[in-house]
Design a binder for this molecule. Structure first.
Ligand SMILES: Nc1nc2c(ncn2[C@@H]2O[C@H](COP(=O)(O)OP(=O)(O)OP(=O)(O)O)[C@@H](O)[C@H]2O)c(=O)[nH]1
Ligand SMILES: [Mg+2]
Length: 396
């Protein structure tokens, strides 16, 4: 299953710019609220070190040792405070986030848009005020789903004797919360299984816990190219155990990706710098623009866009990258392609889990696996590590 990351936030914060920069899909971008109405889906990538470098083998599936592993990005309509009550474009757009595994909350750090995304004088809105609204809207949306299905839920439990976590998971399936996740949330919210005793406050607490496990969030403090330094500092200072905050400029990343596509510069998403390759192809204004971006990148270590995606996948979702191969000596598939596939999997996954991810048949006929780096045979319970190259031996 492809990892899916949602881009959400108030209107005009730069979600579609982020999306276009990260997927190169040409979507509408404009300086007014609610430019995007229907969600955009596109392919982007996490960036990791390809194992070919340490193995000193030639590989055609990475760029200078940088491996880009596909993920899905979803760019949704802007949400405003009160969206769960139907404000702005309403809560139907929260539904576009159902299938996503994590969310990048895109914030306008420049403070030049109000809570509804209308343009105001730069710095007139405090972006710190925007930080928590999305969590609250999502909590209220989940609360709404539970309340709407309350009668069905009680009936399922009382008449059919269903377990509470099973009944809730079925109800919240669309929200992407699994039975195991629900079990954890019930524990975290200190709720017993007698749901007829639950108060509205209990259900709200549960909804908040479900949001945390099923839609973890990282924050992109966007528009750092025009944001007052003070705003960025204050946003970054909010980072703690439950918040990851990345200063970012979607506009800068988009400019770099476009210039790279044209062949004017050499830039890989996530790089801390770029090279101008054909100065003749650039106007003076373009060159000045690029130099401004370079200064910004020096300060922040890049544009922040790739960093957001990487943090969402590797930190929030705690995924690792593993490489299945058919030939454990040459690190290839049967056609001789070196490290042909890269799979994202949750940390803690085993060789057997990987077999199932590659193909159901491989999983069902699993005999053992081989760690191609050490040539050691590994059993089905062997927990894989980031960067592992695995040969699976199966009867099928
Ligand atoms: N300076 C600057 N402007 C940006 C940046 N990212 C986006 N913008 C501008 O912000 C405006 C809104 O960008 P969009 O990407 O359309 O914003 P959105 O969040 O998708 O907006 P809605 O679809 O209306 O919710 C556009 O004028 C963009 O050019 C950035 O990093 N820096
Ligand atoms: Mg948009």
């Amino acid at each position: 299953m492809t990892v899916s990351i949602g881009l959400a936030g108030k209107p005009n914060s730069g979600k579609s710019t982020f999306f276009k920069a990260a997927t190169l899909v040409d979507v509408e971008i404009a300086s007014y609220p609610f430019t995007t109405i229907d969600a955009n889906h596109g392919m982007s990538h996490v960036r990791t070190k390809c194992p070919c470098k340490e193995l000193k083998i030639k590989c055609d599936n990475c760029i200078d040792g940088n491996r880009f592993v596909p993920i899905e990005l979803v760019d949704v309509a802007g949400l405003v405070p009160g969206a769960h009550l139907g404000k702005g474009l309403g809560n139907e757009f929260l539904d576009n986030l159902r299938q996503t595994h994590a969310i990048i909350h895109v914030i306008d750090a420049s403070g030049s848009t109000d809570a509804e995304g209308n343009i105001i004088e730069r710095g007139a809105h405090d972006p710190v005020e925007d930080v928590q609204f999305l969590e609250k809207e999502m909590m209220m949306w989940l609360y709404g789903i539970i309340k709407r299905h309350w009668t069905q839920l009680t009936r399922k439990m009382q008449l059919q004797g269903a377990k509470i976590e099973r009944a809730l998971a079925e109800q919240l399936m669309g929200a992407g919360a699994s039975e195991a996740q629900i079990k954890t949330t019930l524990h975290n919210a200190s709720l017993g299984d007698k749901i007829t005793d639950w108060s509205d406050e209990d259900i709200l607490r549960l909804a908040d816990e479900v949001r945390k496990v099923s839609k973890p969030m990282t924050l992109a403090a966007n528009k750092i190219d025009i944001a007052p330094e003070e705003n960025i500092k204050r946003l970054v200072s909010l980072e703690n155990d439950s918040y990851i905050i990345v200063p970012a400029s979607a506009a800068a990343e988009l400019a770099l990706r476009m210039a790279d596509k044209k062949g004017a510069i050499k830039y890989l998403p996530g790089d801390a710098d770029f090279q101008i390759v054909t100065p003749g192809k650039l106007t003076n204004a373009q060159r000045d623009g690029l130099e401004c971006i370079r200064t910004l990148m020096k300060k922040y270590g890049g544009t922040g866009i790739q960093q957001c995606i990487n943090k969402a996948v590797f930190e929030l979702l705690d995924h690792i990258v593993v490489y299945p191969v058919e030939d454990e000596n040459k690190f290839t598939d049967k056609d001789g392609n070196v490290l042909p596939d890269a799979f994202l999997m949750k940390r803690g996954g085993t060789a057997h889990d990987l077999a199932y991810m590659v193909h159901t048949d491989l999983g069902e006929g699993f005999l053992h696996a081989v760690d191609a780096k050490t040539k050691r045979r590994i059993s089905e319970e062997h927990v894989l590590q980031d960067g592992d190259i695995i040969k699976i031996v199966s009867t099928k």
